[in-house]
Design a binder for this molecule. Structure first.
Ligand SMILES: [Zn+2]
Length: 159
């Protein structure tokens, strides 16, 4: 048997992995603003001079604020699979944090299946594999409604 190397996040420190992954952000102790990617050295709120921020796990669920089809590879530090495949991307509003976080939709989710206000949750999926190492990235997956018509199947498995 060959041993499989541990999967690694495409960007270290931006999210946790596991059954209930979360994005890692930060919150200002003074004005309570949230940031993602995390800010740890100063608060970006122009009306706040605090330098005290705590690392926090952001909400796992949010609602689609806007979405589109991404047909071009994004610039660094954002990452896309290699070779690049077009994917649906959504800006998701987190209610508690009052912020919008961009992310790809899980594989197999088409923009036709999306609408503004749709609830999605954070998952971690394999983006690509190089040298036998799986690279992980966070994605948004539509929350399957138990009794809605036209329910969406959960994101496809990485092939
Ligand atoms: Zn602040």
């Amino acid at each position: 048997m060959t041993s499989t190397p541990e999967p690694v996040p495409v960007i270290a420190g931006w999210f946790s992995t596991g059954d209930e992954p979360t994005l890692t952000g930060s919150q200002c102790r003074e004005c309570r603003s949230y940031f993602f990617p995390k800010q740890l050295f100063f608060c970006k709120n122009p009306r706040c001079t605090s330098r005290e921020l705590d690392e926090v796990a952001l909400s796992r669920r949010g609602r689609i604020w806007s979405y589109t089809d991404n047909r071009f590879a994004p610039p660094p530090p954002y990452v896309a699979g290699d070779p690049f495949e077009p994917y649906a991307v959504a800006a998701v509003e987190l209610e508690l944090e009052q912020m919008v976080v961009m992310g790809q939709l899980t594989r197999g989710v088409d923009t036709d299946a999306l609408h503004v206000g749709m609830e999605v949750e954070l998952v971690v999926e394999v983006l690509d594999v190089s040298d036998g190492v799986e690279h992980l990235v966070w994605k948004w997956r539509p929350v399957a409604s138990t009794h809605a018509s036209g329910a969406i199947a959960p994101g496809g498995n990485p092939s």
